[in-house]
Design a protein around this ligand. Structure first.
Ligand SMILES: Nc1nc2c(c(=O)[nH]1)N[C@H]1C(S)=C(S)[C@@H](COP(=O)(O)O)O[C@H]1N2
Ligand SMILES: [Mo]
Length: 163
């Protein structure tokens, strides 16, 4: 009896911690495909407030595009994937300009990738490569490489999670 009670309790607790509320604000990022936790019929959609509640980091980084060290802030990609139960596979990331690039899920942890919303303390607008820019932090210009640069997709709007 106790065992049944305990498993019901654990199940309820697990489903509570895994629920994802639908966004109240303007949707910024839509993730679909092999996703365990959804907040609409087929997507996990995030607004800024939801992204702010994840593992928020501020990193000083060089990019191929910008001059000198820039400060970027946003949730780690790992925490976004964690929130929707994605632990393996490939992210097919798409930008507003329809640039598409594949990002292995393993990059999230391996390179401390963040989904930057702010640059130098300000939210990035679409004209500043926002609202989301995938950043592979590089504290020295010598750490920049063409593979990671090509995965640093700006104006990111959606991700399809595939095998
Ligand atoms: N949305 C979007 N992101 C993108 C690209 C693009 O064309 N569109 N180009 C990628 C490539 S191939 C590189 S090398 C880096 C840096 O490109 P840049 O030096 O032209 O800024 O951004 C990446 N992110
Ligand atoms: Mo590139």
């Amino acid at each position: 009896m106790l065992r049944i009670f305990l498993s019901v309790f654990i199940f309820l607790f697990a489903s509570l911690t895994w629920a994802l509320e639908p966004p109240k604000g303007h949707p910024i990022l839509v993730i679909s495909g092999n996703v365990l936790v959804l907040n609409s019929e087929v997507h996990a959609t995030f607004d800024r407030e939801m992204l702010e509640a994840l593992d928020w980091r501020e990193v000083e980084s060089y990019t191929e595009f910008s001059d000198g060290l820039q400060s970027f802030a946003g949730p780690t990609l790992a925490s976004v994937l964690d929130a929707i139960g994605v632990s393996e596979g490939t992210l097919h990331a798409r930008a507003l300009d329809d640039y598409i690039i594949q990002i292995p899920v393993t990059d999230a942890e391996a390179f401390g990738v963040i989904l930057a919303l702010d640059r130098n303390g300000k939210p990035m607008r679409v004209r500043d490569k926002g609202p989301l820019w995938v950043i592979y932090p590089a504290s020295d210009p010598s750490e920049l490489n063409e593979l990671h640069s090509s995965r640093m997709i700006w104006q990111l709007k959606s991700i399809e999670v595939g095998p």
